[in-house]
Design a protein around this ligand. Structure first.
Ligand code: PAF
Length: 277
């Protein structure tokens, strides 16, 4: 496995293998990332993973500074997982100048996560376009835990006609249902015990919709109230259409229930798809 820090070295290394599949990450890798790599590996001769904590996608009061940086442990995991190339640039390599050109996503960037994290999806789309230009993969894997991010990037690739297949991967969960996330490391022992409730509330909403409930706003409010009762501060629980995260009508069959809520100082997100027959 080659660990590469500069764009020039990356390009030189990848010239030898034009057929590569890409897994962009911010490091602090867990089993969820390893599953993305397992999906990636059979798809190309070369699997490239990037590790870069992207300042552009963090708000001024978010956790950019305390985001865990664990390059050595990450590289050991990636080597064991059979990755070919790790691209771990520093900030100057990705942003040698102040980034004045940015990718402005569609209105999708302003709702749900975007409403609570202004500028987040602009920052994600901008760095991912840049990484795509450096790696030039034919496919890239994104976890569906970040559902809205996956849709924004899927739309970006389509609208800019990038020759890259975006492959969504299912969320990986701990045995008690908690979606794996680097931010789970911030939870205290008591919070870690409480954290699976987010998924439990989403599953309950899922079951209600399957039983025929169609007052989606009531489901949103009831789910948020349940989280609040157990000490959470929910930003949203929202039943939306899978295709574009707009409000669904009673006729929509492909739905997703998305949630973001704070438990102590940690903000967790999760979602569950509902496909009605
Ligand atoms: O999902 C992430 O880890 C990040 O948002 C990404 C896609 C690596 C861009 O910084």
């Amino acid at each position: 496995m080659d660990v590469i820090h500069s764009a020039a070295d990356l390009r030189a290394r990848l010239q030898r293998v034009p057929n590569n599949v890409f897994v962009p990450t911010m490091g602090n890798l867990h089993e969820g990332h390893i599953q993305l790599i397992d999906i990636a590996k059979p798809r190309a001769a070369c699997t490239v993973v990037s590790i870069f904590v992207n300042r552009l996608q963090f708000g001024p009061r978010e956790d950019f500074d305390r985001y865990p940086r664990t390059l050595e442990a990450d590289c050991a995991r990636l080597e064991a997982a059979g990755v070919d190339v790790v691209f771990a640039p520093d900030e100057k390599e990705i942003y040698p100048d102040r980034q004045t050109f940015v990718v402005e996503p569609s209105d999708l960037q302003y709702i749900l996560e975007g409403a609570h994290r202004p500028g987040h999806f602009r920052g994600v789309a901008t760095v991912v376009l840049k990484l795509f230009n450096l790696v030039m993969p034919h496919s890239a894997i994104f976890g569906k835990k970040d559902y809205q991010q996956y849709l924004v990037l899927r739309d970006m690739v389509k609208q800019f006609a990038l020759p890259i297949e975006i492959i969504p991967a299912e969320t990986v969960r701990a045995a008690d249902g908690l979606a794996l996330s680097s931010r789970n490391a911030y939870l205290s022992a008591a919070e870690r015990k409480e954290a699976p409730r987010l998924y439990a509330v989403l599953k309950q909403a899922h079951a209600e919709i399957e039983r025929g409930a169609r007052d989606f706003q009531h489901i949103d409010q009831q789910s948020m109230a349940q989280l609040t009762r157990h000490g959470w501060q929910p930003d949203y629980v929202a039943v939306r259409r899978q295709a574009d995260l707009r409000q669904p009508s009673e006729r929509d069959r492909e739905l997703v229930i998305l949630a973001a809520a704070r438990l102590g100082r940690t903000r967790l997100i999760d979602n569950v798809e509902v496909t009605l027959r």
